[in-house]
Design a protein around this ligand. Structure first.
Ligand code: NAD
Length: 482
């Protein structure tokens, strides 16, 4: 068991009360301990961020870029140590954790390069003589970033890289279950020369620190990734105060397999998209809509892929699917499967009861496939956020598109086909922010704009150059020199 310090005002703090962080593969003893900050510590974090924001906005973009680039290098150097900690606190496999650490480094490097070019404003013509007018993008001030446990390093990096590159200071509140990964990011930025106060990390029990965290008058913008229950409440709360809010929320992502698809490839890709990270990705495929004439053949290929998965502790060699992030998540997933069965679905692979021969002290659920799922069932509509895939047969392309759009969410959708026309029609008609054809629903590069429609998110996209719009505001300046 290791104690991990948190970063406040440029100092590493470990003192005071602690909270335990568990490895979901083995709940018998805590893996880490982090500080349980008090509301007054949160206020100190905002004091530091307020001062940090003034200093950092005056720091040249090239220097900010250099710090982000150095931090990216440190994450890459430390990848094995960081991957082990991600896998320990989150449960994902070592390979998945390694990929996460390297992608977090890419976010830092990418936004450093974007702003390092120096110019992010526009010189405008002015009808008035002897007048020069320009539009500048300037930082907002102090950004609050609240992140979930499922990608505990990438999600903070996806938010902090553009926020800091643009010249803001930040207060990061990582998920209580997985604070250590975000602290690796803070450590890399600190060691790379990020000035004191520009980044502060709040660890602790959410109920105790929530008011101090959300109510501080110095918050200029809030970026949140998490569930709809919390996200919707926060959106309303910040709207009243006219504070900019970005919410990346849930999904119920569908993949469509048409009759002409490369079926082995579709089965392989769908299995990876559904059971990678034990289905705990906002973009995970959780519904598969298959054209009826290939339904049986596709299902057989899919079950072969599922049978080849090895469920076990994320750090064990050979594990291809880790545990769920905690016992609450495991119980919720098993309850969703039981509810689907009660409503008429059939389990054709996976969870029949709790755990089977899997270790009882871990939060394991087998990769689960449900057949005979209909739109009348809750499992068709509700986000499960676990390794559970619902299958449904349809008769036509139009019926498949309607099935994809039969959801309050609109995050990601995929189509498997060899028909280029169908690919374009699908891209036009699917009501989702991310569309993939013959690819998995997860897996977007740092420069690809990312975000959902409808209940999945807000209009502000993350990733790519577009993300900088959320973290900046435009000021128009006219100077008469006649
Ligand atoms: P959650 O909404 O329970 O928690 C998210 C974060 O909010 C955590 O850090 C939590 O501690 C914090 N939080 C909760 N209540 C708070 C309060 N009152 N005050 C301050 N902070 C508070 O979500 P979760 O269970 O951690 O994550 C799973 C959810 O995240 C899923 O619904 C998933 O779809 C979603 N998600 C979405 C995306 C996306 O990009 N669209 C990506 C990943 C995860």
């Amino acid at each position: 068991m290791r104690t991990v310090e948190t970063l406040l005002g440029g100092q590493w703090e470990a003192s005071g009360e602690r909270i335990d962080v568990h490895d979901p593969a083995d709940l018998r003893a805590p893996a880490f301990r982090v500080p349980a900050l008090r509301p007054e510590d949160v206020t100190r974090a905002y004091d530091a961020a307020e001062a940090g924001a003034v200093l950092w906005r005056r720091t040249s973009p090239l220097e900010r870029s250099t710090v982000l680039g150095r931090a990216a290098g440190l994450l890459r150097e430390r990848v094995e140590e960081i991957a082990a900690d991600i896998a320990t606190e989150n449960g994902k496999t070592r390979a998945e954790a390694r990929g996460e650490a390297l992608k977090a480094a890419d976010f830092l490097e990418y936004y450093g390069l974007l702003v390092g070019r120096g110019g992010y404003g526009t010189l405008l013509h002015d009808v008035r003589p002897d007048t020069r007018t320009s539009a500048h993008q300037e930082p907002l001030g102090v950004v609050l970033a609240i992140t979930p446990w499922n990608d505990p390093l990438i999600t903070p990096a996806r938010k902090l890289a553009p926020a800091l590159a643009a010249g803001n200071a930040a207060v990061l509140k990582p998920a209580t279950e997985t604070p250590v990964s975000g602290l690796h990011l803070a450590r890399a930025l600190h060691d790379a020369g990020l000035p004191a106060g520009v980044l502060n990390v709040i660890t602790g029990r959410t109920a105790e620190i929530s008011e101090a965290l959300l109510g501080d008058p110095r918050i200029a913008a809030v970026t949140f990734t998490g569930g709809n229950a919390v996200g919707d409440r926060l959106r309303e709360r910040f709207a009243v105060r006219n504070i900019r809010f970005q919410g990346e929320l849930g999904g119920k992502n569908a993949s469509v397999v048409l009759s002409d698809a490369d079926l082995p490839k579709a089965a392989r890709t769908v299995a990876a998209a559904s059971f990678g990270q034990a289905g705990q990705r906002c973009t995970a495929t959780s519904r598969v809509i298959v054209q009826r004439d290939v339904y049986l053949e596709f299902t057989k290929l899919l079950l072969d892929e599922v049978a080849a998965l090895r469920t076990g502790p994320g750090l064990d060699d050979g594990t291809t699917m880790g545990p769920l992030s905690g016992s609450r998540q495991r119980d919720a997933v098993l309850a969703a499967v039981a509810g689907a069965v009660e409503q008429g679905a059939t389990v054709i692979a996976g969870a029949k009861g709790a755990g089977e021969e899997l270790p009882e002290h871990g939060c394991f659920v087998r990769p689960t496939v449900l057949a005979d799922v209909t739109p009348a069932m809750d499992i068709w509509h509700d986000e499960v956020f676990g390794p559970v895939l619902a299958l449904r047969a349809v008769d036509s392309f139009d019926e498949a598109v309607d099935a994809v759009n039969d959801s309050a969410f609109g995050l990601a959708a995929a189509l498997f086909t060899r028909d280029l026309g169908a690919a374009h029609r699908f891209a036009d008609r699917a009501e989702c922010g991310q569309i993939a054809v013959n690819l998995t629903t997860p897996g977007w590069d740092v420069h690809h704009p990312f975000g959902g429609f409808r209940d999945s998110g807000s209009p502000f996209k993350e990733q790519g150059a577009e993300a900088l719009r959320f973290y900046t505001r435009v000021k128009t300046v006219a100077i008469h020199f006649g």
